[in-house]
Design a protein around this ligand. Sequence first.
Ligand SMILES: [Zn+2]
Length: 279
Amino acid sequence: MKLGDIEFHILSDGQFRLDGGAMFGVVPRPLWEKRMPPDERNRITLGMNCLLIRTAGKWVLVETGAGDKWDAKHRDIFAIGGPPRLPDHLHARGVKPEQIDIVINTHLHFDHCGWNTRIVDGKARPTFPNARYVVQRGELEHAKQPTERDRASYLLDNFRPVEESGQWWLLEGDREVVPGVEVVRLPGHTRDMQGVRLSSGGKSAIFFADLVPTTAHLPFPWIMGYDLYPMTTLENKKKWIPEAARQGWLCLFAHDPQVPAAYLRERDGRYEAEPVPLD
Ligand SMILES: [Zn+2]
């Protein structure tokens, strides 16, 4: 896909499944099951959509999916799918791990930073040896000391090796990391989650991360039960969704298994996704 001078691809790390109730918070099942039908274990299928961006002579990767450091039990609980997975897509496009200049993690939940590292000689090591890995400083601090409520979402092997190798580029707030690629704080799901905005040639795209994980989450109160600060999520949805619709931004959804990219249209106060076909 092209956005002014920026070229980017949406790459999937495969699909996985999470509890449908947890994915929709206070919304009753009769409502959400029409949008996303659950399996016999009440799980809905989600995508793990990552972005590969080429701009200003750099390769930038946004999100690294769930990775492969999983035992059989957890692979079954989350029904982690594929192949193909993220490394297969990079390989197919002729991009080697050593060529990635920047990895942006929106936050450090396991489904967003899994391929940050992989096991070599029995030890987790950074998959992208020449990359700077970008996250908000507060997110990394929280990941190292999560609460009882969210510690299942953080796996040390996804982020500690990046600290050991000195590859973190820790941010405190919004920042353009390469020309046209800006991270923006979108707190709510976690205190320091960030999204990514692409701007070039008068056009913009926004990767919402888990603020709006799928197109089914466009209605303002359809907020995940996982969110630590749901009222902040609500505030941010009411700010960013109308803005994206008004400005005609291309919207990118981290977990939508069918519609990773869409434009938003407002109709009688509701926002609807108009899917954009992929290349
Ligand atoms: Zn997620």
